[in-house]
Design a protein around this ligand. Structure first.
Ligand code: ME8
Length: 645
């Protein structure tokens, strides 16, 4: 059975950052893993180039839209090439074949009666390229997804009968519990669908940067809605609408997306496919969000981190390892140089790198680099059993997308190897004239390294090829079968000396994230301020009051702070273009769900403070008495950023 793995196609409105890299790494790893197992696997990535957002970005950059799209698309492609991403196709939605495929799909849906023409009057968010019904807007104006201002658009539009597929979708979710991974995310989608689906406007007349209508409709006023165009890339890439050359790969085995675009992939996409009478993807894997040093990355904060910059100083494959090891699939992750360096030094350098160096050193000293596995079984039955148990456990983790567990378990192999060396001390055995025993330990560890390299190969392809070269074998499907599945040992082979693979990192190699905020106040200072305030006369001048900047904010995101009973972490829109993080001690009184999309009053010019390591850039106004705490909110909804006073 063949496999088909996809990433989202990335918007060409800006350069790639480590969030994009993560999706691409995990998809590439999964592809390489399937290929290692001998599966016929096709891997697609690419760029999403139409829509108002791209048109506006090109204008801002003073470039013709196509030229702008060409440049950014090429920068994504070059980046993936530099990272050795093994894609089979890099699709661009401005490719002629793709456009034809989209027109063909439109015709099929239209002929089936799933697309009809009507008028749309609605609130459009350009950033999300989505219409929202008034009931979903915050304060009747702001986008419920990103919090930005929406604009009212009335236009003639073609609609897709999304509502028709409500029941079929719900049935699909309930019959296929693995359709959305992690499963915890499925509920969000199911609830959304249960809330009722409205037909989807799938064309626009307000701009022209999109796929044109099929000629058969004789309606060139319209261009396709960017999400219809974009989602169809997953089949046009296989030749849909042209020659179906690779359609045998459909349905996709895993489609990776960030949690931000799960709804499009788990609702619209399957509905489009049902309309086209095509099977649905086997599963949609929705991963979490990456922050940098605990903060959301944004251009305005200047803390966006470019994958190439990190790779140049810390190593591209080290970065892959770090990202896949650091976060359980589906959960949010934080990129911090310190955490990265810790993993390089302890796991890559100490556990893996040193083991290889020791084997190279010992084999050189004791047997002129020749390894013979003939006595391994006799002296190391216990270790071989332990090693095989680990090897047998790994597949389930990778197949369930749990890369962090996969790598954690894989690392047990190095512990087995290191422990065997400590326990059997080959240098002592050599002195005791028990050369067979000493060499059996060296051979055991060389075999452990060989098998571990095969399993690590999908995550660190180049590095593991160097290890395999040092151990004189090749990583491919046949060595996977022989050494991992059939549990054979390498026969007689010669070790090659290679330089240390993972030099230790002693200091940060890149500048720290820009300190958008001021340093945390020391306890003493805070105490001083408190006493000062207490001693002050209660009466203040009006000017003193106005020194405090109070503003209306809209809570865009809210989540619990792990290990804290009191704190919630909020992302609040103060009308500043980017969101502010506010850490508030209100968890005992509010759940994150009930805060999202509500208005709050924020002290906006408070010096930032750190709470449990997280920066808080504001304070919420609240009243607290013996009955509990309640937030102070405007009596009527106001725009984000409205001054209070
Ligand atoms: O949404 N953390 O494109 P996009 C983790 N063109 N992943 C992140 C991330 C972060 N901070 N930022 C981005 C689009 N991503 C559409 C997709 S598909 C038919 C159309 C990753 O350029 C994540 O995978 O905004 C997210 O889903 C994707 O980039 C969005 O990329």
């Amino acid at each position: 059975m063949s496999k088909y793995i996809t990433t989202p196609i990335y918007y060409v409105n800006g350069e790639a950052h480590i969030g994009h890299a993560y999706t691409t790494f995990i998809a590439d790893t999964m592809t390489r893993y399937e290929k290692l197992k001998g599966e016929d696997t096709y891997f697609l990535t690419g760029t999403d180039e139409h829509g108002q957002k791209i048109e506006e970005s090109a204008q801002k950059n003073g470039k013709p839209t196509q030229e702008f799209a060409d440049e950014i698309s090429a920068s994504f492609k070059n980046l993936w090439d530099e990272f050795g991403i093994s894609y089979d196709k890099f699709i661009r939605t401005t490719d002629e074949d793709h456009k034809k495929g989209v027109q063909k799909a439109f015709e099929v849906m239209y002929a089936k009666g799933d697309i009809y023409k009507d008028f749309y009057e609605g609130h459009y968010c350009v950033s999300c390229e989505t219409f929202f019904p008034e009931t979903q807007l915050i304060d009747g104006e702001y986008c419920p997804d990103c919090g930005r201002s929406t604009s009212v658009i009335k236009e003639e539009s073609y609609f897709f009968r999304l509502s028709k597929y409500e029941d079929a979708l719900l049935k699909h979710y309930s019959n296929n519990s693995d359709f959305i991974l992690p499963r915890s995310r499925a509920n969000e989608v199911i609830n959304f669908v249960k809330g009722g689906l409205r037909d989807l406007s799938v064309t626009r007349t307000s701009f022209t940067w999109g796929v044109k209508m099929p000629e058969s409709l004789h309606d060139d006023k319209h261009v396709m809605y960017v999400w219809l165009d974009a989602l169809l890339n997953y089949i046009t890439a296989l030749g849909y609408g042209k020659d179906d050359a690779n359609m045998r790969y459909w349905p996709a085995s895993t489609q990776f997306v960030g949690k931000d675009i799960l709804r499009f992939h788990a609702i619209y996409w399957p509905a489009f496919l049902m309309s086209l009478d095509l099977p649905l993807p086997k599963r949609i894997g929705a991963h979490g969000w990456w922050t940098r040093d605990g903060e959301k990355m944004s251009k305005s904060k200047g803390n966006v981190i470019a994958p190439k910059e990190v790779a140049d100083v810390y190593g591209a494959e080290n970065l892959r390892y770090f990202m896949l090891r650091e976060v359980p699939f589906g959960q949010d992750g934080d990129f911090s140089q310190r955490a990265f360096i810790d993993r390089i030094n302890s796991e890559l350098s100490n556990d893996l790198g040193n083991l290889l160096n020791r084997i190279i050193g010992m084999s050189g000293k004791y047997s002129e680099y020749e390894i013979d596995s003939v006595d391994v079984e006799q002296f190391h039955e216990k270790e071989l059993d332990a090693m095989n148990t680990v090897l047998d456990s790994l597949d389930t983790y990778m197949e369930n997308l749990q890369t962090h567990r996969y790598l954690e378990e894989l690392w047990r192999l190095f512990s087995i190897g290191n422990k065997a060396i400590e326990e059997h001390a080959p240098w002592v055995k050599m002195k005791e004239d028990k050369k067979d025993e000493a060499l059996a330990t060296v051979a055991l560890v060389a075999n452990i390294l060989a098998k571990a390299s095969i399993m690590l190969h999908p995550v660190m392809p180049k590095t593991t090829n160097i290890i395999a070269d040092a151990l004189n074998f090749t990583i491919d499907n046949s060595s996977y079968k022989e050494l991992v599945l059939d549990k054979k040992l390498l026969k007689v082979f010669n070790i090659k000396v290679v330089p240390p693979l993972f030099p230790r990192v002693e200091e940060l190699l890149m500048p720290e994230a820009p300190k958008a905020m001021l340093e945390e106040k020391s306890k003493e200072e805070t105490k001083e301020i408190k006493t000062e305030i207490q001693e002050r006369d209660n009466l203040i001048e009006i000017g003193q009051f106005f020194e405090t900047s109070l503003k209306v904010g809209i809570v865009v995101e809210a989540e619990e702070v792990p290990k804290s009973k009191k704190l919630l972490k909020l992302q609040v829109d103060l009308g500043e273009g980017s969101l502010r993080q506010v850490v508030a001690g209100i968890r005992e009184f509010y759940t994150p769900q009930e805060l999202v999309n509500t208005q709050v009053c924020v002290v906006a010019n408070l010096k930032p403070a750190k709470l449990m390591g997280m920066t808080s850039e504001g304070m919420l106004l609240a009243a607290k008495d013996e009955d509990g705490l309640c937030l102070i909110r405007p009596e009527k909804p106001k725009k984000a950023g409205t001054p209070i006073g």
